[in-house]
Every structure is written in C-alpha cells, then in structure tokens.
Design a binder for this molecule. Sequence first.
Ligand code: WQD
Length: 342
Amino acid sequence: MKILITGGAGYIGSHTILEVLEKTSWQVISADNFMRSEPETFGRIKKITKKEINNYDIDLCDLKKTKKIFSENPEIEGVIHFAALKSVPESVTNPELYVHNNIESLKNILACIKEFGVKNFIFSSSCAVYGNIDTLPVNEETPIQKAQSPYAETKQEGEKIIAKFSKENPAIHCISLRYFNPVGAHPSGLIGEAQTGNYGNIVPAITQTAAGIQEQFQVFGNDYKTRDGSCIRDYIHVSDIANAHVLALQFLFGKGNKTNFEIINLGTGNGVTVFETIKAFEKISGRKLNYVIGTRRPGDVEAIYSDSSKAKKLLGWTPKYSIEEMMASAWKWELYRTRENQ
Ligand code: WQD
C-alpha cells in the first residue's frame, strides 16, 4: 500500500508521516515545496524512524508537475492533502495568496486522483469553517456561519469542491477532517512546529517568548464574553490528529464508510481560554510568561470547541493528551530546537 501525503514537511503532515511509519506498513511519499516548512523535517523523521522519505519538491498549483507524482507512482492508493497555508492573520493581510494556493492545489490533486484512479482521499480542513458559533459545542451538523477570515473561506470552499467532486465520482471515497487547534509536538521532542516566520499561532508564540526568541507574548483581547475575557479554543495534540488520519484511511481502505463524503470533527471537546493556556505552560515549565494584554486580532472567533463523538463512533478515535501534556511536548521541542540552533 502506498500513500501520498502533500505538505509532508509541514507540522501536521510530518507528524502524520511518523504515525504512518510507526503504526502501519504503508509506503509514504510526500509533496512539499517548503513554502511554509523546512527540508530539515525529513532529516528529523529519519532520525526518529531510520526511514528516508521520497519528497517531490513541487508547487501543487502546477498541474503538470503534480501529475508527474502520480504517473511515477501508479500504485498510490490514498492521498492525504495537508498542503495549504493556514495562518488566520496572514490570510487577512494576503487573501489572494490564500485563495490561489489553497484552492488551486486542491483542484489539481482532485484532478489527479480522478485521472490516476486513486480511490481514497483525506482533506485537511478546520474548525475555522464554522465561523462565529453561539451554540457550543459544534458537531458536524452545526450550520456553517460566515467565515471570519480568508483562510476559513478557503476551507469552506474546499469542502464545497469536494462535496461536488464526490457526487460526480461515486467510486472515490473522501473524508474532510475538521481539526480544532492542533498544538504540541511529537513525544520524542525531536520534531514539532517549525516556525518559518511568525505566523501567529499561540503555542509557538508562548514557547518562543519563554525561550527569549520573541520579545513578549500578546494576549489578543481580554474583553470577550468568556469566563476570563480571553478567547476559547479546543486545543488538540498534533499526534492525536495524526492518529486520526491513519484511522481515517484505514476506515476507507476497509470500506467502512456508508457515503463517499464524510465530514468529521477532530477536537477534545474541552474549551480552553488563552489565559488558561498560559497557566498550563507556566505550570509545566516552572516559568512565568512575559505577556501583555493587547487588542483583539481581526479574524478571531470568540469561542469554539468540538463535539467529536462522530470520530469516536466512526473511526474509534480517542484523543489521549491533556493541555498540560500538549504544552510540555511543545516546550520540550522548543528547548531542543533552541539547542539545535546554537
Ligand atoms: C488561538 C487563540 C488568538 C497568538 C488556528 C490555525 C488554523 C486552524 C484553527 C487548522 C486566538 C490567541 C494567538 C498570540 C494570542 N487550524 N493568540 N496571542 O486563530 O484559532 O487558528 O486554528 O489546522 O489553521 O491558525 O489559532 O493559535 O492563531 O490563536 O492571544 O500571540 O490564541 O487570539 O484566540 P486560531 P491561533
């Protein structure tokens, strides 16, 4: 069995490659042009698994180059499509980049899986598709609201494209996995979120502030209508997310699905505020975080957390890590990376 993982050098892509290599006998190839990742990631995967990953360093917005991956690997039986830009603030300042990159690459991948007879497709989606929700927790039937950022719009549009594609291609089985907030790092501490430029995610911002790389952490607003005034998110360990991808592909390979397009939430179901995330970090690191209260960030939703019972029922998936374990793994990785760069 051979699978293609696009964005394999990325944060969730690299952790999913590790999960595939550690838990299955599948062969993995990657497609990643290092736009938001680093080639060193494959060296880290090799250090952990002793395995080399064959990566196609190509732009998936180039259909001709994307086809080459499939023509050279006719035995691909499944594709997990991670490759996309995913920073909410960056999408607010550069919407055209997000629409072009995230939608063109998806359309090319779908064209290829159709042309080359691939029957199983997993799409990396996001809780951002729900928009500002007032009935929490959200499940897969929760009506989608207006996207709060161009990033979220590309994920909503992506799911619409796949819904239409799956109707037109009943023999191709698709799952859209809606991640809540992936954080943390592989338990080995040898791989994690490679911050290529600061794209604003909370956990790298916390650990890089504590490591002295970032001057000060800013809480983007403490005047929200939540228990402590800061935004609520459903943080989920990246290794739990990676495990869900293996289970989702095994589910499709085992023909467990009743329809050929399933949407599945991946979250813990626990809403955690920004201040509670800071407290969890201070508890596991023994350090006080240097932070200041700033203004709200455009594109942020006030609160969102999941009902992920469908993932448990359909995939047998149960997230394992607590918020403290998520922060501890992120801190371990930051300390490793700081030493690596010395
Ligand atoms: C989380 C909270 C900020 C940084 C992410 C990914 C997106 C998608 C959904 C998909 C917000 C606050 C942050 C900081 C802060 N995941 N914050 N100070 O915006 O929920 O979106 O999850 O895979 O791809 O980007 O995550 O980590 O940017 O922010 O106060 O320096 O932390 O306001 O409330 P977000 P985030």
